[in-house]
Design a binder for this molecule. Structure first.
Ligand code: ADP
Length: 354
């Protein structure tokens, strides 16, 4: 049994090393004497025998430790590390009983980095969504005012303006639909879909529904399908949406008069859905950001094509919900390949029986 009153240095070290939180015990000189594994993971260079100030050279932190060591009491400070990546910590500093006039100190770290990134994303998202809605809304209101004022009796202008207003209204409706789809998929992210859905049938449906759009851009749509059905554990509507978004993008951003090939094939225990175009492709610096909400390579081209900037974000969330993965390959000038790899239904069913 541990007697707290006569805690030996070895027991104190054992205690700290057993903690799940990132904790470090500094002696009166600020040298690390014991640290938990979570602390080592958080600041990899830190080890027993090293001064903390060597790794975290923040004057406020050093001053706060010095003060607690000198006078006791508790301090809480926030620390932002900028390199190698931005990280934010909240650090609780408390005195630890020692023998001399100065105190040893116990530092508990709370990593706020992820929380801060999420907060920033939420703020950016609201700003972006409002901006996307405000542009067509401003245009709509402008035309309403013109129709009420200078163009009141101009029949030709009225028809043209009403056409533009309809376009802007449809753009807003598409945006709201996409926002709602995204939020619905996200809400259900933790529940993997489990009904059998045949990717072959879905591909045929999508090709049928996009024939007109392909014809307008003089694009040849080709299907490379297995002879037998290929079933994944899925949500039919979401998978239709996934395929539609990828195929629509290939038609919209691929080459006018080019070719779009949709391939469905089995790969071991997985099913692969691949959409390839022979258009201008995407420069490498854009690839990692394509699935971010509202990220576009060319905003004007996207708007022109009726895009909301949410299509690939929706695709990514559908793939994640299906416990699959999405890869994008492209070289400028050589087209783009979007590949969704999903677990097959038989595999999922067998796993849930186990
Ligand atoms: P959007 O509504 O703008 O189409 P997406 O999220 O579907 O939004 O796509 C984001 C951006 O990725 C597009 O604006 C476009 O710049 C680029 N993109 C998507 N698919 C392709 C493709 N097949 N070829 C080239 N660029 C593409």
């Amino acid at each position: 049994m541990i007697d707290i009153a006569v805690l030996s240095p070895a027991t104190a070290r054992g205690l700290i090393e057993a903690l799940g939180a990132p904790v470090v015990l500094l002696d009166e000189q600020g040298i690390a004497r014991a640290l938990s594994p979570a602390m080592k993971a958080l600041i990899p260079g830190l080890e027993a025998g090293k001064p903390l100030a060597l790794l975290l050279r923040d004057p406020d932190l050093i001053e706060a430790i010095e003060q607690v060591s000198r006078e006791g009491g508790r301090e809480v400070i926030e620390l932002v590390e900028r390199v190698p990546v931005e990280r934010t910590f909240r650090i609780f500093i408390a005195p630890f009983p020692g023998q001399g006039p100065r105190h040893a100190t116990l530092l508990t770290f709370q990593d706020l980095s992820e929380q801060r990134v999420i907060e920033r994303m939420r703020v950016d998202f609201v700003a972006n969504a409002s901006h996307e809605l405000r542009t067509p809304l401003a245009s709509l209101l402008g035309f309403v005012e013109t129709l009420q004022g200078p163009a009141r009796n101009d029949e030709r202008a009225r028809d043209r303006f009403l056409g533009i207003m309809r376009e802007q209204g449809l753009r807003m409706a598409r945006l709201v639909d996409d926002l709602l789809s995204l939020s619905r998929i996200e809400q259900r992210a933790h529940v993997a879909p489990d009904t059998p859905v045949d990717l072959v049938g879905i591909s045929r449906e999508i090709v049928d529904s996009l024939t007109l759009m392909a014809r307008e851009r003089e694009v040849t749509l080709k299907l490379a399908l297995p002879t037998a059905p290929l079933t994944v554990a899925g949500d039919r509507d979401e998978l239709l949406r996934l395929m539609e978004n990828l195929a629509e993008n290939a038609i919209k951003y691929g080459k006018r008069g080019g070719e779009v090939v949709i391939t469905v094939c089995a790969q071991d225990n997985e099913a692969c859905l691949c959409v390839r175009d022979d258009g201008p492709g995407i420069a490498p610096e854009h690839l990692p950001r394509l699935t971010e909400r509202f990220y576009r390579v060319d905003t004007a081209a996207s708007r022109e094509a009726g895009g909301t900037g949410l299509g690939l974000a929706i695709v990514k969330h559908i793939v994640l919900r299906h416990r699959g993965r999405l890869t994008i390959e492209s070289k400028p000038g050589e087209g783009a390949v979007f590949r969704a790899v999903l677990p097959r239904y038989e595999q999922r069913a067998a796993a849930s029986e186990r």
